[in-house]
Design a protein around this ligand. Structure first.
Ligand code: PBG
Length: 330
């Protein structure tokens, strides 16, 4: 029996490229954007080097560049002017996101706009749902988020984004029934073509820290463990995804990505629906930190990590590295 020479396929870059099973493409990248009010504003986010909060005019300029790089899709987050317990700016037609989306839609026809639908950055308490004031719960240590009251708000947010012109809304609050409620409400209001990217398997993760700085959305008390998933579970993640698919999700998400490749893999095996991985803020900042001053190393690291997400089964990736990857792929 001769030695099996697997190394033949690794002999040189041309052969390696020929046989590569997984490829990262610019079209795979969805770029998150943080919008603020006003004009001419561009605020750096200290924990996320290279990422900015932009006012709508600057975001438009940025998107010109993003499109020229070949990126086809963005995920928009808003930082409101004022927060209140009703999260009213989240669904106001004059909210920062709604105004920005109308502008983008008007000026740029061929970009896929996805909007995050949640209330954590719109409420002073920073939770993704309405806090229930219930006698039943007072005096207990359990924080109670009112699921069904939150659904009403999320549906209003989704409709306001749809009216502004998004292609997809992306509910990220992890409330039960959010996809169904949003689908039904969008349909009733005539937004039959607006799709849903469901943050289905969203874990209560320690990797969201820098994002919460960016949005100033850290919970002011308690944590998100009563609504986001426990990282010890994966069967439950599949139940979440199955449920969202049944409720009408068009695309399902696994978030974070790097520590959850097994979930991506299992989802791809089980479901035949597009799966998106969210390479979250903490994953971004971690790479930035360990590769300061060495762009070449950073590139190699980013390619290895993002490729692993695709290899696991992700069809595309939400990533703050989007622009850099697009440049590197040129
Ligand atoms: C809001 C939301 C979060 C992220 C996306 N949407 C944060 C959270 O749940 O605290 C995190 C994204 C990131 O870390 O890049 N519900």
């Amino acid at each position: 029996m001769p030695v099996v020479r697997l190394r033949r396929l690794r002999r040189n870059p041309q052969i390696r490229n020929l046989v590569a099973e997984t490829r990262l493409r610019t079209e795979d990248m969805i770029l998150p954007c943080f919008v603020i009010g006003g004009e001419g504003r561009r605020e750096p986010i200290l924990s996320m080097p290279g990422i900015y909060r932009l006012s709508a005019d600057n975001l438009l300029k940025e998107l010109g560049e993003v499109k020229a790089l070949g990126i086809k899709a963005i995920l928009v987050f808003g930082i409101p002017e004022k927060k209140d317990n009703a999260a009213s700016e989240a669904y106001s037609d004059n909210g920062v996101v709604q105004k920005a989306i109308r502008r983008i839609r008007k000026e740029i026809k061929d970009i896929v706009i996805i909007s995050d639908v949640c209330i954590c950055s719109y409420t002073p308490h920073g939770h993704c749902g309405v806090i229930k004031k219930s006698k039943l719960y007072s005096g207990t240590r359990d924080l109670y988020i009112d699921n069904d009251k939150t659904l009403e708000i999320l549906a209003k947010v989704a409709v306001s984004h749809a009216a502004a012109g998004v292609d997809f809304v992306a509910p990220s609050a992890m409330m039960d029934g959010q996809v169904l409620e949003i689908r039904n409400t969008l349909d009733r209001r005539g937004f039959l073509d607006v799709g849903i990217v469901a943050y289905s398997a969203k874990f209560a993760s320690n990797f969201y820290g820098p994002f919460r700085d960016a949005l100033n959305s850290a919970p002011q008390f308690g944590d998100r463990k009563s609504y986001q998933m426990d990282f010890r579970n994966s069967d439950e993640a599949l139940r979440e995804m199955k449920q969202d698919i049944n409720e009408g999700a068009d695309i399902v998400m696994v978030k974070p990505a790097l520590a959850y490749l097994d979930i991506i893999y299992r989802a791809k095996e089980k479901f035949n629906i597009p799966i998106v991985a969210y390479n979250v803020s903490g994953e971004y900042s971690m790479i930035k930190k360990i590769s300061v001053g060495n762009k070449a190393k950073e590139k190699e690291l980013v390619f290895e990590i993002l490729t692993s997400m695709k290899r696991a089964g992700a069809d595309f990736i939400v990533t703050y590295f989007g622009k850099e990857v697009a440049r590197w792929l040129r």
